[in-house]
Write a protein that binds this ligand. Sequence first.
Ligand code: AMP
Length: 402
Amino acid sequence: MKVLVLNTGSSSIKYELFRMDDWQSLTEGIVERIGERSSERADRGEGVERGDVEPVADHHQGMRRIGQMLTESQALTNAGELFAIGHRVVHGGDEFQKPTMIDATVIEAIRRQIPLAPLHNPANVIGIEAASAAYPGVPQVAVFDTAFHQTMPPHAYRYAVPEFVYREHHVRRYGFHGTSHLYVAKEAAKHLKRSLDSLNLITLHLGNGASVTAIENGQSIDTSMGMTPLEGLIMGTRCGDLDPAVVFYLATALRVTNDELESMLNRESGLKGICGDNDMRLVLQRMADGDSQARLAVEMFAYRVRKYIGAYYALLGSVDAVVFTAGIGENSPRVRAACCEGLAPLGIAIDPQRNGDVCGGNREIREIQSEQVACRVLVIPTDEELEIARQTVEVVTTSHIV
Ligand code: AMP
């Protein structure tokens, strides 16, 4: 039997199909520019095929196109082979603590979170509806980016704002990237031959979006993203932590609307705001060429990460491992070194040689800590789709439906 994982955006659907016996990925691809002149890509195991195709009018048609690609590639010969479909859902608010079997009530609850994630949740609901129509009767599971962080205690998730703002408007910290933080935490436990619930970890998801999580005895007790993914670390185009008064000041000084400010802080800030480029590879290249703005961007990025490591170390008391993952965390020795600089007094230090050897292209877990310290520093490639597939199967297997 097989599991299909779907990540639906406003104009795209990414998919990956897994075989349940051994969790091998059978095929993956994307239908994008839905509603425009579309393009699609599919990796059928023999390399990536790309193509501009006839316009895909909407997500329903996009889903049917994925169905065709799955059958044409022979990865899925008939719908009867499909054990379940797992959906990435960005915001579960405080209604969802764990992955959940989808029914009409659950779809309504996901809709209720739309004000908290106006860019993501509407597309996620459309994806669920399109997949239900294309594969009627196949169990569907929602896996929430926020769910892993629902174990945060109130003193970590509340903002110091009037009580009614929290009670009536659900303004609190939720955290994101939960599937990735949980996946690398489980992989770290396997690697260290320890049970996850005995481990204290600091997991660093450093990609275009970036966040850090403090994990105590296997549970998230704090994370850097907040009510939205804008809080916390400096990211490709997001500012991360900012004095909220800056927003009022800019609204007046620049005479811009809320939407324009939101767009500036989400799309024009972060690395891009500091030096003009949001792609860390380009920023590092420019820094190597002597560009001072690029150097400042990298220094600010790493400085913010170090502040969070120090803060989370203080919360956890002891740390078994610091884990680097995602595009930057997995591939950049330079950034990893900068993020751990000066942390030896906390028992966190990197071995330059081991660190330099880990620069991508390798899916193995690697240890890069220096011999002199007790805390392990691990580089673990993340795999959110695989984690969604596994959680989907677990939910369906333990539910009453099967
Ligand atoms: P992600 O969002 O996980 O796909 O990560 C994207 C980020 O990873 C971008 O900023 C890329 O520039 C960065 N990245 C990917 N490969 C490398 C690399 N070899 N060195 C530095 N950054 C990289």
